[in-house]
Design a protein around this ligand. Structure first.
Ligand SMILES: Nc1nc2c(ncn2[C@@H]2O[C@H](COP(=O)(O)OP(=O)(O)OP(=O)(O)O)[C@@H](O)[C@H]2O)c(=O)[nH]1
Length: 218
């Protein structure tokens, strides 16, 4: 990728974290962005995070929308799905019903995006709670094969596969973006190269971020 005046091209993507209530969406996101573990359960309405990372040597500015799993907020899902470019579909390996919920979530994404090939990563979280497992690996892998979407087992508590699920999603979005490159020129901006482990640590609780200023030329 060419650089402009010593700045690295930076892609901006919108990722959405979806799944039933209590499966660990907020904990996974907080671990990824802030490297922090949250023990208490505080149901989310909506949180937005922004973080910068390097994926395969390429700069990515990732906006992550951590959504509500609780049923009273499902009306907001259509809007999340419309704006998302990639989705983490999270269930808990300790909850069969949270796994079953992914089927309708994926159907809704495909319907709303009108796209069968939208980037998706399937995440079986709480993998540290092996003795409470209700979803076999084989069952999750079968869905992964059927949907052609990668499957990871993660633990927000032990930080297992936390980075991997977000990076895999970014990689899929980058690949897709490269493929549709001509129509995506306004998603590129130029960012001075910085430590890939750093993040902007910007978090907005219960507020929607304005998503319209995607092109910033520095
Ligand atoms: N043991 C274990 N507990 C976890 C893990 N991830 C989350 N938890 C716990 O599960 C509870 C719910 O986690 P959250 O991250 O708030 O779940 P959520 O999916 O964001 O829930 P909603 O906001 O209601 O949609 C919290 O008490 C966490 O401490 C994990 O990987 N292992």
């Amino acid at each position: 990728m060419p650089s402009r005046y010593g700045y690295q091209p930076c892609r901006e993507f919108h990722a959405v974290v979806l799944g039933a209530g209590g499966v660990g969406k907020s904990c996974l996101t907080a671990q990824f962005v802030h490297q922090e573990w949250i023990e208490n359960y505080d149901p989310t309405i909506e949180d937005t995070y922004r973080t910068q990372l390097t994926v395969d040597g390429r700069q990515v500015m990732l906006e992550i929308l951590d959504t509500a799993g609780a049923d009273q907020f499902v009306a907001m899902r259509d809007l999340y799905m419309k704006t998302g470019q990639g989705f983490l579909l999270v269930f808990s390996i300790t909850s069969r019903s949270s796994f079953d919920e992914l089927v309708s979530l994926r159907e809704d994404i495909i319907r709303i995006k009108d796209d069968e090939n939208i980037p998706i990563v399937i995440v079986g979280n709480k993998a540290d709670l092996v003795d409470q497992r209700q979803v076999d690996r084989a069952r999750a892998f079968a869905i992964s094969q059927q949907w052609q979407a990668p499957y990871y087992e993660s633990s927000a508590r032990t930080r297992t596969n936390v980075d991997e699920v977000f990076i895999d999603l970014c990689r899929q979005m980058l690949r897709r973006d490269d493929y549709h490159d001509d129509s995506r020129a306004d998603d590129i901006y130029y960012q001075k190269a910085e430590d890939p482990s750093s993040s902007t640590k910007k978090k907005r609780r219960r507020k929607r971020k304005d998503r319209d200023h995607r092109c910033i030329i520095l």
